[in-house]
Design a protein around this ligand. Structure first.
Ligand SMILES: NC(=O)C1=CN([C@@H]2O[C@H](COP(=O)(O)OP(=O)(O)OC[C@H]3O[C@@H](n4cnc5c(N)ncnc54)[C@H](O)[C@@H]3O)[C@@H](O)[C@H]2O)C=CC1
Ligand SMILES: CC(C)CC(=O)C(=O)O
Ligand SMILES: [Mg+2]
Length: 399
């Protein structure tokens, strides 16, 4: 099957390694339904909860300026999702939100969730809204680049010589596996005890399509793909390993290896430079990308792009709603700003505007501006909104 990813943008994208802050914005694109000649695009904003609205507000600002500098009109519509939608409309993903997202050229999501809704029934949890929009858009491939920027080597929790130069792309399967598998629920075992259960399940088609995306990505990066699974124990992983190995024959130029997830978690902190591209299932990709983010200095640095076979791409930071710092203007907005750059480059094909954002991020860091999570001696602590302001004035307005 020829996916849209393979047919158009993914194949043509430059996915080579290490290009400064912009290296984070490297992977792919959703379909763009507005012709480049028209230069006018509709963007659905889903701020969500907690720090979501804070980081989306600054990313929107940066997007607008970058777009207008390049003569691109970006039309924004903000829609409810997550806890905000629960409070306003009683559901975590209103039909109008999904419809608006589907009808737009690209979607920028902040984050969802918070203490207030933690004990809701499953169908009334903000997280269910997130899973449903990913499934509803069919964005099965989630690319999470973990790149250690030279300016932030000292912010890494790993030793400089271990962190320096790390550049990993995690290709996470996003619409299958245990987060979606059935049966799931609560029950009672034969001792009368309450149980909770979920199902890790993948079909051949689901594995083959994510494997092909990952091989394409690896081919355009360092040519190495490590498939992470738990095939020594789980049947779903046994099938995963068998299919990834089979798909490898279509990509003889890519060196494939396999690793169990427990070892991968250890190797990521032992010697992360051994990894180029990682492909893994939904839950392992969720966990390993959070782990990889700390090598770069903070979870507040990692953007992501999610795409499917057709329709708009979904762009979001990998972090959550961070209720512990929400409302304090403390969040690092760079993951969302870099997600906005990915949106421009791979969602809309407006690479020049993406480059402005990437350059602004680089220059902001070069000038020593930092939010609290990546602050170190000798750098200047700024709040979220001010850091974004620096991103704008230093580069976008001036050049
Ligand atoms: N994509 C999404 O919307 C996601 C939502 N969640 C939800 O978010 C809520 C909080 O989950 P947690 O497990 O605490 O994960 P989290 O990613 O929200 O926060 C983990 C830690 O990282 C910090 N952090 C996260 N983003 C940051 C940023 N941009 N700048 C500085 N520090 C940052 C937080 O302050 C916190 O200490 C939960 O309701 C969870 O379900 C979690 C992950 C992803
Ligand atoms: C609801 C969760 C699956 C969200 C999350 O942690 C993620 O996508 O990274
Ligand atoms: Mg996560």
């Amino acid at each position: 099957m020829m996916t849209q990813l393979q047919a158009t943008p993914l194949r043509t994208l430059a996915l080579s390694r290490r290009r400064g802050a912009g290296a984070a914005a490297r992977p792919m694109a959703g379909s763009v339904r507005c012709s480049a000649a028209a230069r006018s695009y509709s963007i659905t904003l889903l701020p969500g909860d907690g720090i979501g609205p804070e980081v989306v507000a600054v990313a929107k600002d940066v997007l607008s300026v970058a777009g207008s500098k390049e003569g691109v009109e970006l039309r924004f519509q903000e829609m409810l999702m997550g806890g905000a939608a629960l409070d306003a409309a009683g559901v975590p993903l209103p039909d109008e939100t999904l419809a608006a997202a589907r009808a737009s050229d690209a979607i920028l999501l902040g984050a969802i969730g918070g203490y207030k809704w933690d004990n809701n029934e499953k169908h009334l949890k903000p997280e269910t809204g997130l899973l449903n929009i990913r499934a509803g858009l069919g964005v099965f491939a989630n690319l999470r680049p973990a790149t250690v920027l030279p300016q932030l080597v000292d912010a890494s929790t790993l030793k400089k010589e271990v962190a320096e130069g790390v550049d990993i792309m995690v290709v996470r399967e996003l619409t299958g596996g245990i987060y979606f598998g059935k049966p799931r629920g609560f029950g009672t075992n034969d001792k009368g005890e309450e149980t909770g259960f979920n199902t890790e399940i993948y079909s051949v088609a689901e594995i083959d399509r994510i494997a092909r995306v990952a091989f394409e990505v690896a081919r355009k990066r360092g040519g190495k793909l490590c498939s992470v699974d738990k095939a020594n124990v789980l049947e779903a992983s046994m099938l995963w390993r068998k299919r990834v190995t089979a798909i490898a024959s279509e990509f003889p130029d890519v060196e494939l290896s396999h690793m169990y997830v427990d070892n991968a978690a250890m190797q990521l902190v032992r010697n992360p430079k051994q990894f180029d591209t990682i492909v893994t299932n939904n839950i392992f990709g969720d966990i390993l990308s959070d782990e990889a983010s700390m090598i770069t200095g903070s979870i507040g640095m990692l953007p992501s792009a999610s795409v499917g076979e057709s329709g708009p791409g979904l762009f979001e930071p990998i972090h959550g709603s961070a209720p512990d710092i929400a409302g304090q203007d403390k969040a690092n907005p760079l993951a969302t700003i870099l997600s906005a750059a990915m949106l421009l480059k791979y969602g809309l094909g407006v690479e020049s505007a993406a480059k402005r954002i990437e350059a602004a991020v680089t220059e902001t860091l070069d000038n020593g501006f930092r939010t609290g999570d990546i602050h170190s001696p000798g750098t200047l602590y700024l709040h979220c909104s001010l850091l974004a302001h620096q991103s704008r004035v230093l580069r976008l307005f001036d050049k």
